[in-house]
Design a protein around this ligand. Structure first.
Ligand code: ATP
Length: 118
């Protein structure tokens, strides 16, 4: 019973992930960036702590992108017409992706810049 519930939960989550992958160019772009960073990490032999940082910021970016997409969907459902409140909510949700992406960029620069110029 518990296993069945769990597998249904995973199925829903997988559906959500497929939806985001299907509809969001930004999400696909983040996936490509993630693959590039992982390849760079392997090539430069980054340390365990650096891997933890990289994986954490990748998870942060993907998670905010998924939540941003969910918020956009809710707004489009409840407020499909142009409205200042819809704009405000979507802009704030987009800001979370921006902050997460900038954080990831800074972490990436801290880890990879010294190696590129070593
Ligand atoms: N209903 C609305 N009323 C007013 N402004 C809106 C509305 N919908 C979108 N906007 C404005 O357009 C911007 C982009 O919204 P949109 O829903 O197109 O997201 P998007 O371009 O698909 O974003 P993403 O690239 O993250 O998927 C919002 O941040 C907001 O400023």
């Amino acid at each position: 019973m518990v296993d069945k519930k769990k597998s249904i939960g995973f199925q829903f989550a997988w559906n959500g992930l497929r939806e985001v992958l299907k509809s969001e160019w930004n999400f696909r772009l983040h996936i490509v960036s993630m693959v590039v960073v992982i390849i760079a990490g392997l090539m430069f032999g980054i340390t365990l702590v650096e891997w933890v940082s990289v994986v954490t910021v990748i998870g942060l970016v993907l998670t905010t992108e998924i939540l941003n997409t969910a918020i956009e969907e809710v707004i489009d459902y409840i407020k499909p017409e142009i409205h200042p409140a819809a704009k405000k909510v979507k802009d704030i949700a987009a800001a979370s992706v921006f902050v997460a992406s900038m954080t990831a960029l800074v972490v990436g620069l801290i880890i990879f810049i010294p190696r590129l110029f070593a």
